[in-house]
Design a protein around this ligand. Structure first.
Ligand code: TYM
Length: 342
């Protein structure tokens, strides 16, 4: 394992593909901020190379989306002095390690990736090879830093299992016991899978055609409150026990969102609000959401006014990231026996 003064090295990534949602916030970014306070070295990446696997948004669009994601990270509480913040394409060792892992991962493993099946849809023949090997690049993202812990939402669980399989197989195949750590996913809390506000059986997603289905971190206070007021629910009051939320996906989702934002358990939400009508629960949730999220969009706008400063932060982060990653890639090549003569 790489030398580190911390007991845990945390890595995670988010795609710069437009607005972050409340799902990204509760499932990932909020956890990233919490881990900054613990005895952790924290590395957070805007995965721009992943963001072109489905389609290319355009030259300026990807730059702006990357800067906007950096602004969102900082507005949510990530501190570039405490965490390494950078965009993936600035550290070349990642894609070099991804090639090695392309030769480690097995086709059988890749064929089981459910997110590829979902994203490729019916016409998988037309999907890019990059979309197919996306989880291998993700493993390289994590392991090129010898990261030990990865905070993510529930939808990334399978990719992190693949990352563990790749680490174990590499260590076995090249007779390098313990070289790559077997990374721990951190998928914790009440809101690891935030659902759409219009359909409690569908994940909240930036790509949903209905803007009312999600809360964006760029939404102002009035918009956040309106979306919660209009969220789909059923006619029953909130149940008195957690079991009463079974088969009530919309109600369960709002309880989980409340719990995630208030940093309490869903049981505690039910203890406080069980028996309430949505007419009183929704305003309480809207008030909480505005309190926790309402400041983010104004803060992002302020940060986006100085793009040169964002670029500087990401450049500095990339230097610090490369200083960790490059020696790990070199060691990997050495383990494999690639000739180094310059
Ligand atoms: P991405 O950009 O789709 O999502 C970023 C993070 O947000 C979480 N998330 C959610 N959590 C709860 N509820 C939701 N509705 C919801 N929607 C998204 C995701 O689980 C994720 O943690 N493949 C990754 C990016 C990546 C990465 C990595 C992550 C690339 N390399 C290395 C960790 C480590 C992705 O597409 O995330």
């Amino acid at each position: 394992m790489a030398e580190t003064a911390h007991t845990r090295r945390v890595f995670s990534g988010v795609q710069p593909t437009g607005n972050l949602t409340l799902g990204n916030y509760l499932g990932a970014v909020k956890r990233f901020v919490e881990m900054q306070k613990e005895d952790c070295e924290t590395i957070y990446c805007m995965v721009d190379l992943h963001a072109v696997t489905a389609s290319w948004p355009g030259r300026e669009a990807i730059k702006d989306a990357t800067r906007e994601l950096a602004a969102a990270f900082i507005a949510c509480g990530l501190d570039p002095a405490k965490s390494i913040l950078f965009n993936q394409s600035q550290v070349a060792s990642t894609t070099q390690l991804a090639w090695v892992f392309n030769c480690t991962a097995r086709l059988g493993w890749m064929n089981r990736m459910t997110q590829f099946k979902d994203k490729a849809g019916k016409n998988a023949e037309a999907a890019s090879v990059g979309l197919y090997t996306y989880p291998v690049l993700m493993a390289a993202d994590i392991l090129v830093y010898h990261a030990t812990h990865v905070p993510v939402g529930e939808d990334q669980r399978q990719h992190l299992e693949l990352t563990r399989d790749i680490a174990i197989k590499f260590n076995n195949d090249y007779d390098a016991p313990g070289f790559f750590p077997v990374t721990e996913p951190i998928i914790e809390g009440a809101a690891t899978r935030v659902m759409s506000l219009r359909d409690g059986t569908k994940k909240m997603s930036k790509s949903d055609p209905s803007d009312m289905s999600r809360i964006n971190l760029t939404d102002d206070a009035d918009t956040i409150a309106k979306k919660i007021r209009k969220a789909k629910t059923d006619p029953e009051p909130l149940p008195e026990t957690l079991e009463g939320l079974e088969d009530r996906p919309e109600a369960r989702n709002l309880v989980n969102i409340y719990a995630g934002l208030a940093e309490i358990s869903p049981e505690a939400v039910i203890a406080e609000h069980g028996g309430s009508q949505f007419g009183s629960f929704k305003p309480a949730l809207a008030e909480l959401a505005v309190e926790k999220l309402g400041h983010i969009s104004a803060e992002m706008t302020k940060l986006m006014a100085d793009k040169a400063e964002i670029d500087r932060i990401l450049g500095d982060g990339a230097d610090r990231a490369a200083a960790i990653a490059d020696p790990i890639l070199e060691k990997t090549y050495d383990i494999m026996g690639f000739l180094r003569s310059r």
